[in-house]
Design a protein around this ligand. Structure first.
Ligand code: COI
Length: 367
């Protein structure tokens, strides 16, 4: 379906970040945003592109009390020929549907998410950075803003998209890869079976902050979560999926438990590893097996994957007061190859041999 969204251009364009190599993650926001409303009985209506500015929200809105919300994470990249492209947006659409079903929220009709992303990017395409490791982070989100204290699904929702020129979440200063320290969390949990672990909801992240804050006291960037039932099997790393290479096999937690976020980068990594002829297994891996593999030298690499994190190598696990160094604390060859291939495809400098990139009808003059 072809959508037409009215555009109100900003009268006060913002000053652009001066140094693209120091963008950090989501510190700057572009000039425009997308907004759309939903009313029970009417459905989604009044999609529009407007200046990015604070919104009014009634203090009794249900999202502020019961957290009925969801969000997505996507990125747009500027190819060398100036064409702007997305990466596997069909997977965001699919995940958005499953999150909305879990949260009793109305999801967007088929192609509306991508049409809305394209509409707002058209206004701000020249904000897309090109320095190594950068991209335009796209944050679609949806929340119930009905005035109600009943613990029931709202009858009115708002959907919005905001954009941020950004570096990688755990970026090195030069935009390249560097290995981070991660704290193995065996007290707090991220998600239990039957909960919302597989859904992209704010509560999963808010509930993880205590653990991440504690990890920082040990000079760690984030946590490695263990399963909720036995505190034994590895699940995710901070805001990302986790991969462990032991001998010649790469292992990641399976989606079957419903506690793991079905990452788009996770799925891409699994397919790329298979393409490279590297063995990959989705299943259970205990922290005890990782410690044993570290001691006998068979633990080769650990890395996290995510839209924000891209591929983030882990150089050290801190567990029960002991440091377990991985690959001498350096970036491993598998993580490096995955990063170069994925980010290369996304930015159009490596041929997209998987058919994953999604060029938009938007082109900008290159710098
Ligand atoms: C993403 O990778 O897009 C995420 O949503 C992670 C974010 C919480 C930093």
């Amino acid at each position: 379906m072809k959508y037409e969204f009215p555009v109100t251009r900003t009268k006060n364009p913002k000053k652009r970040p001066e140094d693209e190599t120091k963008l950090g993650f989501a510190k700057y926001f572009t000039d425009h945003m997308f907004v759309m409303d939903y009313d029970e009985g009417q459905g989604w209506h009044d999609g529009r592109v407007v200046p990015h500015e604070p919104i009014l929200i009634e203090p009794a809105s249900c999202v502020l009390h019961y957290a009925q919300m969801m969000f997505e994470g996507m990125k747009a990249y500027r190819r060398p020929d100036g064409v702007i492209q997305l990466f596997r947006p069909d997977m965001n659409v699919k995940r958005m549907v499953s999150t909305c079903e879990r949260m009793c929220m109305p999801y967007l009709p088929d192609d509306l998410l991508v049409a809305a992303v394209e509409a707002v990017i058209k206004e701000d395409a020249d904000w897309i950075p090109t320095a190594p490791g950068t991209s335009l982070y796209i944050r679609p989100f949806l929340f119930g803003d009905e005035v109600s204290f009943s613990v029931l699904p709202a009858k009115h929702y708002r959907f919005m998209i905001i954009l941020s020129p950004t570096g990688s979440y755990y970026a090195a200063n030069d935009g390249g890869l560097s290995a981070t320290r991660i704290f193995v969390q065996d007290k707090y949990i991220r998600a239990a079976q039957g909960g919302t672990g597989y859904a992209k909801v704010g509560g999963n992240y808010g509930g993880g902050m205590r653990a991440s804050q504690d990890a920082m006291k040990y000079d760690c960037k984030d946590v490695l979560w263990l399963d909720a039932a036995e505190h034994k099997y590895v699940e995710e790393i901070g805001t990302s999926n986790a991969f462990f290479m032991i001998n010649d096999e790469v292992i990641t937690a399976s989606l079957d438990s419903g506690t793991i976020l079905p990452g788009i980068t996770r799925n891409s990594v699994i397919q790329l590893l298979k393409h490279f002829g590297i063995k990959v297994r989705e299943g259970k891996l205990s922290i005890d097996e990782i410690v044993a593999a570290s001691k006998d030298g068979s633990l080769k690499e650990i890395f996290a994957s995510g839209t924000a994190a891209v591929i983030s190598p882990i150089g050290c696990l801190n567990y029960n007061g002991t440091d377990y160094t991985v690959n001498g604390g350096n970036v491993g060859p598998v993580a490096q190859k995955l990063y170069d291939t994925l980010y290369g495809m996304q930015t159009g400098v490596v041929e997209d041999f998987m058919g994953w990139t999604y060029p938009l009808d938007v082109k900008v003059e290159n710098k």
